[in-house]
Ligand binder design. Structure first.
Ligand code: ZN
Length: 399
């Protein structure tokens, strides 16, 4: 019996040894394929240069680089890259927790406390990150930090509403920017329609797609008979109006087709965010550059886009921004939901206009939302990190 036990013990030890050797050799092989710190730095810098949406697709490289810095105990660079990663992917509990570890090391207790509270509020009790966070937060000697708002007396920002924008939501956004940023917000009306420069004809896109489907589905003879029915020629299909008349004829043959046609007719054009910014600059130049002005934020009810982005909630640079609430009403939200979404976007845009970076708190109004669901999960308030950055920024502005 004893001999048997001993035999088993030895067997288990040998198996462990073999498995760990195999694992080691696999890991060694992998290591040679992994990019170096320098290579990752280049990839990330390039992705960041192209903007948030592009950088998001590289977020794993941010974490890979952070791990490499952590391995060599370079906590300064590790922290820097983790913060940049969390600005894009703030719901990442693992790196939120690592960030809080480094903050505790640097005696930045409030920042760490906020991160740990976020983890404890959102993770399950059996999760190892939850358990570690609970142990960490007990070591921090502060109670829930007070939310002290900052202000910049004498300074103001303009909110410029395009025609057809819901005036209630504009007033609410103005009031909330004023409260959170401690500045005056003045509402002005843009008495001109959105600039149509570089407008994206989304309806034409869907006509082309529908036409492509029709040609796949029907034979040449059937298509010819549809054409003659609607008094059109093949050449007419090269024009926008010709495409529209032809498709109208085809879709309205059946009940289901009629529904589909109605959906196509509802598709609206997308406005170029750059073109709207240029329009705001042209019309409100004085407001943007007036003494003590922090800039002009335009608000439109039309969908906006720029470059490769399918759509944008907002497009902002220093002192000038344009935001759209078109996507916030796409799922028939309640009035409260719609208002909260719009307010959060206004708070987010206002921060960039003033010159504070995006933060890493997932529940902050300014956190990067991947979807409307994520937008709805946020608080319509600025987080501790944003308020701290704002305080630093206001000191510079007042110099
Ligand atoms: Zn924030």
């Amino acid at each position: 019996m004893k001999k048997n036990k001993l035999f088993f013990c030895i067997l288990i030890i040998i198996s462990f040894f073999i498995i760990s050797c195999l694992k080691q050799s696999q890991e060694n092989e992998l290591v040679t394929d992994e990019p170096s710190i320098d290579e990752l730095e280049i990839i990330i810098r390039e992705a960041e240069r192209q903007g948030n949406v592009s950088a998001r697709t590289y977020v794993n490289q941010f974490w890979q680089l952070a791990d490499l810095y952590l391995q060599i105990e370079d906590y300064v660079n590790a922290y820097d890259i983790i913060i940049r990663g969390l600005r894009l992917d703030s719901w990442n509990y693992k790196y939120q927790q690592i960030a809080s570890n480094i903050e505790i090391m640097n005696q930045e207790y409030e920042l760490a406390y906020n991160r740990l509270t976020f983890i404890l509020n959102n993770l399950n009790e059996w999760d190892s990150i939850y358990i570690e966070s609970l142990a960490q937060i007990e070591n921090i000697q502060i109670k829930s930090p007070e939310r002290i708002l900052v202000s910049l007396p004498g300074y103001y920002m303009y909110l410029a509403a395009y025609p057809n924008v819901n005036s209630d939501v504009v007033e609410l956004a103005a009031a909330r920017i004023s409260e959170e940023y401690g500045i005056e917000v003045r509402i002005i009306s843009a008495d001109f329609q959105e600039s149509e420069i570089n407008i994206r004809d989304k309806q034409l896109d869907s006509y082309n797609k529908a036409l492509h489907d029709v040609f796949l589905r029907y034979s040449g003879e059937v298509i010819d008979s549809f054409l003659s029915q609607s008094g059109l020629t093949q050449e007419d299909l090269n024009t926008r109006e010709g495409k529209r008349s032809f498709l109208f004829e085809i879709y309205n043959q059946t009940e289901q087709g009629r529904y589909q046609w109605d959906a196509i007719e509802l598709i609206r054009n997308q406005y170029s965010a750059y073109a709207l910014q240029a329009q705001l600059t042209e019309n409100f130049f004085y407001y943007i550059h007036a003494p003590f002005s922090l800039g002009v934020l335009g608000i439109t009810s039309n969908d906006i886009y720029e470059n490769d982005y399918n759509f944008l909630f907002g497009w902002t640079r220093f002192r000038l921004g344009i935001m759209s609430y078109d996507r916030f009403i796409s799922d028939n939200p309640t009035k409260e939901q719609f208002e909260k979404r719009t307010v959060m976007q206004a708070l987010s845009s206002a921060g960039f206009m003033i010159g504070i970076p995006r933060c890493t708190s997932p529940d902050c109004a300014r956190a990067y939302p991947n979807s409307l669901q994520e937008q709805d999960r946020k608080d319509d308030k600025l987080c501790y990190e944003c308020i701290e950055n704002l305080e630093k920024r206001y000191l510079i502005i007042q110099q």
